[in-house]
Structures are given as structure tokens and as C-alpha cells.
Design a protein around this ligand. Structure first.
Ligand code: UD1
Length: 357
């Protein structure tokens, strides 16, 4: 059978890698890359790091306002799907590439499978939340990482085609963790001692595009005096430059370019704490047993908060400082994201679905 996998942004390459390897054992995968992320550090390096095969269709859409970006993707994806006629289209996560892929396929009557279905932050102002809800309602197969995700879908009346399979990132994380232990030199390169630094990432428009929020976060972290590694996303780099902050950050903040997944995982695993507004990093910190301070008011990874390993602080400097000094999770850390092997479980369910026609 021919299966179209549609990706475009950095977190999707991470989720695609283990899935793609599994699905290629059983079917012909047609890989479509929208080009939402295009820099070497944001895209190219991930293809080589995860040994992802060259895309069959590189759409080269690139950056634009949300409507324009999603619209251009939809037009290009429809053309590819019309010529390829896959039996199933697979989308990952919650980016504009996810929604464009799901919408393009659904409008052509091609069944959609959503990997990482059912997540909700219940903050409808987030573009990712809009993408998640719409994608789930267009999907025939919904692969949930957790029971909470399944329950969210149930509340929206979606019960058919829903499968709790665990999280595909558990698979890629295990791979990157083992590779990192052997090969990552990032601690030596940045002259960091294990558990004597924290890791910071900020890229959500609600933090980067509001100058006061970005300033509040950086000043609060500066005040902590803890050495803080800060790989800077291109969106954030643009904002730092616009606000005159480039080269002007508190002395304990060590900036880097966006890093490989292997180096990121090595930094997470050996950090005191992670401070982030990313979804994926909240999950990775939890799986690796590192306390996470989330620079948002809401999260879609609610389990990590419920079990006391993740604290939501928004961009509030007092809450950030307090969490850096005092946040200490409990000893108990249940396996909420499931066991390795989610990709294999997903592929098996897809086989059943396809064999029923
Ligand atoms: C997107 C996703 C977000 C995800 C993030 C991971 C949406 C709505 N958002 O956000 O959910 O967490 O990817 O990184 O899909 N840029 C470059 N080079 C690149 C890519 C982007 O310089 O290779 C710059 C451009 O100025 C662009 C900006 O970054 O306008 C934002 O990129 P975009 O893909 O629109 O959104 P992200 O913030 O990366």
C-alpha cells in the first residue's frame, strides 16, 4: 500500500523518524516535506541525524503569515496527493503543516491518520490548539500518546478510530539518549558541569513577540545566576535583534544556534532544570527525570503537571525566580508516555485499517 507521510517542522522530523523506519518495512512510504522549516539547523540536520530518507516531494513553502503559509501548503499538498493517490495520509503533531496535510487529504477523501492526537491545552488562541482540534476532527485514525488525550477526544464526541499507543517520541528519545552518551561533546564545548546548569528554550509568539514577556523571562533567569544554556530559535533570534538585546543578555545566559536533537537531549539529561515554552521539551524533560518549568499559562502535557514534575509559570518573573530556587518534584514519576514501540503499534493498527479497505 502507498502511505503518504506529511511533515515540515522540526518536531515532526523527530516524530517521523521511528515511524518511517517501521512503516517502510511494510508499505511504500511517500514522504512529503512542506518546507515549513528550511534552515540547516532547523531541518537539514535532522534529516541526516535521524537518517530520514530524502523526501519524495519537497514543497518549499517556507515562512509566511499563518493563513498564507497554511493555504500555500494546502494547494501544493493537494496536487501531490492527486498524483500519488495514497491509501492513507499520516500527519504528526500540531503545526501548520499538520493541518494543511489533514485538510488536503480529507477533502480528497483520503483517510487521515493523526500521530499525537487528542492533546489539548484549552487555549484556543494558540495556533497549535486550532491545528490540533481541526486535525483530530478530520482524522479517521487517531493515535493518542496518553489516556488523557483519549479522554479529551471523547469529550468532543470522537471515539471511533481512537487508539492509545504511547508516545512515538519515547522511541526517538531512547535513540538520541544512547547516541548522546557516546558522541555528544556539547557539555565540553560549552564548558558545563553536569547538574550545574539549566536549559532554556523560548520560541512561542506569546513570549517572543511581546517584548515585555521576553524581557521578563530573560531578566528573571539572569537574576538566578545559574549558568543557563539558551539555544536560540530563529524567531527568537529575530526578536532579540529587534529589541536590541542581541549580545546584551545577562552574563549567566550562554546562547547557541539551534542544536541537534542528540545535543539537546544530552543537555536536558544533565541539566538541573529545563525552562521552556516548547511542547516536546516538557515531555523529554519528564521522561529523562528533569524538573520542567514551563514558560506558559497552559500546557497540553497536563499529566506532567498533575504528577508534580512540571510547573506552569507563564512569563511572570516572580514565579520563574521562585521555581528556579525552590521547585522540587516528588520522587514518584509514573510512565505516563508509555513503553517504547509506539511506532510499531501504530503500524500494526494501520495494517488492520488498510486490510479492511
Ligand atoms: C512552528 C510551529 C510550532 C513548533 C515550532 C518548532 C506552527 C503554527 N508552529 O513554530 O508549533 O513548536 O515550529 O520549532 O506551525 N524560521 C527560520 N528558519 C526556518 C524556519 C523558521 O528562520 O527554518 C523563522 C522565520 O522567520 C519564521 C519564524 O522562524 O517566520 C517562525 O517559523 P514558523 O515555522 O512560522 O513557526 P515556528 O515558530 O518555528
Amino acid at each position: 500500500m502507498k502511505i503518504a507521510s506529511i511533515v515540515g517542522a522540526r518536531p515532526q522530523f523527530i516524530k517521523l523518524a521511528p515511524f518511517s523506519r517501521e512503516i517502510r518495512k511494510r508499505h511504500r512510504e511517500v514522504l512529503i516535506d512542506t518546507g515549513q522549516h528550511y534552515d540547516e539547523e532547523m531541518a537539514g540536520n535532522f534529516f541526516s541525524e535521524f537518517r530520514i530518507p530524502k523526501p519524495d516531494h519537497s514543497l518549499g513553502i517556507g515562512s509566511a503569515d499563518h493563513g498564507e503559509q497554511t493555504g500555500k501548503m494546502l494547494i501544493a499538498i493537494e496536487k501531490v496527493l492527486l498524483s500519488e493517490q495514497p491509501a492513507l495520509a499520516v500527519v504528526f503533531g500540531d503545526t501548520n503543516s499538520t493541518l494543511a496535510g489533514a485538510l488536503g487529504a480529507a477533502k480528497l477523501g483520503i483517510p487521515v491518520a493523526h500521530v499525537e492526537a487528542g492533546l489539548r491545552s484549552y487555549d484556543s488562541s494558540m495556533p497549535e490548539e486550532q491545528n490540533r482540534v481541526l486535525t483530530d476532527h478530520l482524522s479517521r485514525l487517531l493515535f493518542c500518546p496518553t489516556d488523557a488525550a483519549r479522554d479529551n477526544l471523547k469529550r468532543e464526541g470522537i471515539a471511533s478510530g481512537v487508539h492509545v499507543v504511547g508516545d512515538v517520541m519515547v522511541d526517538s528519545l531512547e535513540e538520541s539518549r544512547l547516541a548522546a552518551e557516546k558522541r555528544s561533546r556539547i557539555l565540553e564545548d560549552l564548558k558545563l558541569r553536569k547538574k550545574a546548569y539549566q536549559l532554556l528554550t523560548v520560541h512561542r509568539p506569546s513570549n517572543t513577540d511581546v517584548k515585555e514577556n521576553l524581557l521578563a523571562i530573560l531578566e528573571a533567569i539572569g537574576g538566578s545566576k545559574v549558568p543557563t544554556v539558551f539555544p536560540v530559535h530563529p524567531r527568537t533570534a529575530g526578536c532579540l535583534s529587534d529589541y536590541g538585546l542581541e549580545g546584551n543578555l545577562p552574563k549567566n545566559i550562554i546562547t547557541t544556534k539551534p542544536l541537534s536533537h542528540m545535543d539537546t537531549i544530552h543537555l536536558v539529561a544533565n541539566s538541573q532544570k529545563v525552562l521552556t515554552d516548547s511542547g516536546g521539551l516538557q515531555k523529554e524533560a519528564y521522561i529523562l527525570g528533569v524538573p520542567c518549568i514551563t514558560l506558559r499559562e497552559t500546557t497540553e502535557w497536563t499529566e506532567t503537571v498533575d504528577v508534580g514534575w512540571n510547573r506552569l509559570v507563564g512569563a511572570d518573573p516572580e514565579k520563574i525566580k521562585e521555581a528556579i530556587s525552590n521547585f522540587a518534584p516528588p520522587h514518584y514519576r509514573p510512565r505516563v508516555f508509555g513503553h517504547p514501540g509506539a511506532s510499531e503499534r501504530i503500524a500494526g493498527i494501520m495494517d488492520d485499517f488498510l486490510s479492511k479497505g
